[in-house]
Design a protein around this ligand. Sequence first.
Ligand code: NAI
Ligand code: MG
Length: 358
Amino acid sequence: TPSRKHSIACIPADGIGPEVISAGVAVLKELAALDGTFELIFTNYDWSSATYKKSGKYIPDGGLESLKKHDAILFGAVGAPDVPDHISLWGLRLAICQPLQQYANVRPTKIFRGTQSPLRATSAGDLDWVIIRENSEGEYAGQGGRSHVGQPWETATEVSIFTRHAVTRLLEFAFEMARKRPKKHIIVVTKSNAQRNGMVMWDEIASSVAKRFPDVTVEKMLVDAMTCRMVLQPSSIDTIVATNLHADILSDLAAALAGSIGIAPTSNLDPTRQNPSMFEPIHGSAFDITGKGIANPVGTFWTAAELLKWLGEEEAAANMMECVENVCEAGILTRDLGGKAETKEVTEAVIAELRRSY
Ligand code: NAI
Ligand code: MG
């Protein structure tokens, strides 16, 4: 009988979210059954743009309180063609990340065996990065307003908030993560030439945190130069830490350079473990392919592996990643990776590979 139990809240939400989350849950269930040392208990929450259109709320009253009872959250994607994106994002995703203080957003990227990077001469092993994104404030703090709406003199402000508290805890987390990786190398990305207040404070805090991590090599880069380095010298990069906005953009670029946005995961972590952390594929709800059965489930499989690692199931997580990569190497790939397989075929192939591996 399983000795460990983990309770997981699933929020598939919109678009291809339900398609990839059901694939992820199927693989997780199989993995837990094969492993036998832990049990996963899933609770589904049907919060989505559809429920928002009916009730005016993405999260019903008391919803956050029930989420807090779980050990982790598996999230699909939010966004619908007939709801403005800022309403859906703030109504569901940010409405979970911010109150649950999931202040560290972690985005690993690599090129899987059997897949191709759009970068000529870059193959599996040349690109293996982790981007750490500040996830609680910065450019997405929600400060600002609009006056004289609709007038020619309409004025809008979008104010970035950088606090010593939040920047310090995030940089400490990022340095800890860099220390655990073989290269022990971190690039602190800012834009402290043009943004001379918040970004200069980031640089200062980074230098003082760096002193406590003498075993980690630190480099500083401006975000614009960083985009060039990602394209031109991918193997010179290991861990990257940046603000909410900068890392949001860099991590989409990273996913594309690794071959597809359909592969990469995101973890929204509360490193204090007072609240459950939330795990999701990096992609959105992809209206253009919703309902066609062709969404790449690999991003959700990697997401599921990150979730397991956070819950202490390191061995099962590593095993699952190995199986997913074997399936890619065997050429069972969805269209975004240049293959012809559908979501279902990839999912079944991963399950079959798991059965072989135990
Ligand atoms: P998107 O990630 O949904 O799609 C971008 C492109 O990548 C599309 O061509 C799509 O078909 C493709 N794609 C994405 N995931 C894929 C997968 N698993 N397999 C194969 N192809 C895949 O980004 P887009 O189009 O900018 O946004 C669509 C909606 O999703 C918007 O409402 C947006 O606000 C929302 N969104 C939500 C996110 C979240 O919930 N965390 C993140 C990003 C976008
Ligand atoms: Mg993004």
